[in-house]
Design a protein around this ligand. Structure first.
Ligand SMILES: Cc1cc2nc3c(=O)[nH]c(=O)nc-3n(C[C@H](O)[C@H](O)[C@H](O)COP(=O)(O)OP(=O)(O)OC[C@H]3O[C@@H](n4cnc5c(N)ncnc54)[C@H](O)[C@@H]3O)c2cc1C
Length: 308
């Protein structure tokens, strides 16, 4: 079995954590070749070569592969697909754009958000907002899938794979980059942060969300939010954690003024330690919390921040 793994490369840099976790999943399937693609991808390819369990790295540099346009990258993967039994990628925003196109072009099904590898044809993935695990057996000649990286440990960085330079495929010219609008933040990226502090509707206003941000900054954490907090305008859209937001699995997740609806739990219940602060002792979040504090957040959060 041979696996082609699309690495997450942004502006020439490898997303090491997401890629190394996907390598752990892919290594259970066979020999892993990592593909680093972009306008500039050499530094990312050299970094990917250090991931343990990687047999070879393919480096494709071409202007057509810049700006995260999905179509040229999908065309490149399809041009390589004949050599591989499995095509996988970490389930990042970019891969969710690219991998379904690859599956469609190869006329196979896409298996998304894989959380477990049973054997070369059989995979586990969450359904119903993570309330059930589905076991999928695929008869397709090429398995095309995304990996939910939260469920896998990152492979080590003591590898020394070879790096081979390859050309891009013909650009299908179906899309064109216009501009990027990037939100600047000094905080860690939400999906890979070791600590996340999230606020919910209980925080009550955009102004009071500063309480959550201060606690997060004290802990060097990323800031998250429930959908109710986002819909109420207390927090920006890209902070949303949950079924229709981001899936996180940090070492520490602090949920403040969040009730614990299943759609929220779907995005954070794999966190290693969950702390909940809620004034309602019946709030469902306490059923998944390792540490629960029944308290008014407007007392508890400033006090906690100060003591930290
Ligand atoms: C298809 C679908 C997809 C969804 N996707 C998502 C998703 O991705 N992410 C998500 O989060 N939700 C999602 N939801 C919404 C979800 O069902 C809940 O409505 C939402 O998570 C509730 O957010 P909340 O816990 O902040 O608000 P609430 O449920 O209103 O809870 C607020 C909590 O704050 C507590 N509180 C209030 N004041 C204080 C105080 N002063 N001190 C301490 N505690 C206080 C209350 O006791 C309460 O428990 C989705 C829903 C649907 C139908």
């Amino acid at each position: 079995m041979a696996v082609l793994l699309l690495a997450e490369v942004t502006d020439g840099a490898l997303a090491v954590d997401a890629t190394a976790k996907a390598v752990t999943a892919a290594a259970a399937l066979g020999e892993v070749t990592v593909l680093c693609a972009g306008a500039s991808a050499k530094a990312a390819a050299d970094e990917a070569a250090k991931i343990e369990g990687v047999a070879k790295v393919l480096c494709a540099e071409d202007a057509a592969l810049s700006h995260r346009l999905a179509e040229p990258t999908a065309a490149l993967i399809v041009s390589l697909a004949g050599d591989y039994s499995h095509i996988v990628a970490p389930g990042t925003t970019d891969a969710k754009n690219i991998i379904p196109r690859v599956a469609a072009l190869l006329d196979v099904m896409v298996i998304s958000e894989v959380t477990g590898v049973v054997d070369a044809d059989t995979f586990e993935r969450p359904i119903y907002a993570g309330n059930a695990i589905q076991t999928v057996k695929s008869g397709d000649a090429t398995k095309v899938m995304t990996i939910r990286t939260a469920g896998f440990d990152a492979a080590g960085m003591d590898g020394s794979a070879s790096v081979e330079t390859i050309g891009a495929a013909a650009d299908p010219a179906l899309s064109e980059w216009v501009e990027d609008k990037v939100a600047e933040s000094d905080r860690p990226e939400l999906t890979s942060a070791g600590v996340v502090v999230s606020g919910g509707r209980g925080v009550g206003s955009e102004e009071d969300f500063a309480l959550i941000e201060k606690l997060a900054d004290k802990l060097g954490a990323a800031v998250g939010a429930s959908r109710a907090a986002v819909d109420s305008g207390y927090a920006p859209n890209d902070w949303q954690v949950g079924q229709t937001g981001k899936v996180v699995a940090p070492d520490l997740y602090v949920a403040v003024g969040i009730s614990g609806a299943i759609q929220h739990l779907a995005g954070m219940k794999d966190s290693k330690i969950i702390v909940a602060i809620n004034k309602d002792e019946e709030a469902p979040i306490f059923q998944v919390a390792d540490f629960g504090l029944v308290a008014d957040l407007f007392d508890a959060v400033p006090e906690l921040t100060e003591k930290l």
